[in-house]
Design a protein around this ligand. Structure first.
Ligand SMILES: Cc1ncc(COP(=O)(O)OP(=O)(O)O)c(N)n1
Ligand SMILES: Cc1nc(C(=O)O)sc1CCOP(=O)(O)O
Ligand SMILES: [Mg+2]
Length: 210
C-alpha cells in the first residue's frame, strides 16, 4: 500500500497500562516498536494526572530512542509538557480550534469523527488527521455510537483529503480491506497489547500494510 506523505504511519498503536494484560506498558511498547509500529498514542483514562504525566515522560524517552512520534490522548497539557508530536481529541474533549489557537506550531491534532456531518464542522480547519470512530464496535471502548464499517471508510474518503485512521476492532483480518477503502493508518489496542507476543503481532500487521 502506498504511504501517505501527510501521515506516513500505517501502523498506529494505542496503548494504556490497563490493556497490556498485566505486562509493563513500556515492555509492550518496545516490543511493538521493534515489530514495526510507526506511531504510539498513550491513552490513560483511569490514572491520576501525575501518574499519566510520569507515564508519558517515560514513553516519550522510548519513542525518542526509536525516532517515532508520540501522541497523547485527551490531555493537551501533558502533550505540551512532554513535547509530544501530537494530541488526539474526541467530540467531548478540548476543541481542535482552541488547541490550535495556542499550540498549532507544537502539536499535530487528531480528531475523532463519529458522524459524516462532522466533516462540515468549523473544527475541521484545525484538524490534521481523523480517527474514524469506530470502524467496528469494540469491548476496549464501549461509549461509541455507530459503526463506520469498511463502506463508511470509502464514504468519508470521497469527502475529505485528510489522513484517515481506522480504529475499533481492527486486526490482521480486516486491516487490508480498511486501507483499500481509503484509510491511511490502522490503529489497534487489543491486536497488539493483548497478543501473547506483541512484537510478532506488530510484525504480522505491518507486513500486511506495506
Ligand atoms: C486514533 C484515535 N481515534 C479515535 C480515538 C477516540 O478518541 P475519543 O473519541 O476522544 O475517545 P477516547 O479515546 O478519549 O476514549 C482515539 N483515542 N484515537
Ligand atoms: C481508543 C479507541 N477509540 C475508538 C473509537 O472508536 O473512537 S475504539 C478504541 C479502542 C480500540 O481498541 P481495539 O483495537 O482493542 O478494538
Ligand atoms: Mg478523548
Amino acid at each position: 500500500m502506498p504511504i501517505n506523505s501527510g501521515f506516513p504511519y500505517p501502523l498506529y498503536l494505542v496503548i494504556s497500562e490497563r490493556d497490556c494484560a498485566g505486562r509493563p506498558l513500556l515492555w509492550v511498547a518496545e516490543e511493538a516498536i521493534r515489530g514495526g509500529v510507526d506511531i504510539i498514542q498513550l491513552r490513560e483514562k483511569e490514572m491520576s494526572n501525575d501518574a499519566f504525566l510520569k507515564q508519558a515522560r517515560a514513553l516519550k524517552k522510548l519513542t525518542d530512542k526509536f525516532g517515532i512520534p508520540l501522541v497523547i490522548n485527551d490531555a493537551v497539557d501533558i502533550a505540551i509538557a512532554v513535547e509530544a508530536w501530537g494530541v488526539h481529541v474526541g467530540q467531548q474533549d478540548s476543541a481542535p480550534l482552541e488547541i490550535a489557537e495556542k499550540f498549532a506550531d507544537r502539536l499535530h491534532i487528531g480528531w475523532s469523527l463519529e458522524d459524516i456531518a462532522q466533516l462540515e464542522s468549523e473544527q475541521m480547519a484545525a484538524v490534521d488527521h481523523l480517527g474514524l470512530s469506530p470502524i467496528y464496535a469494540t469491548a476496549t471502548k464501549t461509549d461509541t455510537i455507530t459503526e463506520w464499517g469498511i463502506d463508511g471508510i470509502s464514504e468519508v474518503r470521497k469527502m475529505t483529503d485528510k489522513p484517515l485512521i481506522a480504529i475499533g476492532r481492527m486486526h490482521a483480518g480486516n486491516a487490508v480491506a480498511a486501507l483499500a477503502a481509503g484509510a491511511n493508518s490502522i490503529a489497534v489496542v487489543s491486536s497488539i497489547c493483548q497478543a501473547p507476543d506483541p512484537r510478532a503481532a506488530s510484525q504480522q500487521l505491518k507486513n500486511l500494510l506495506l
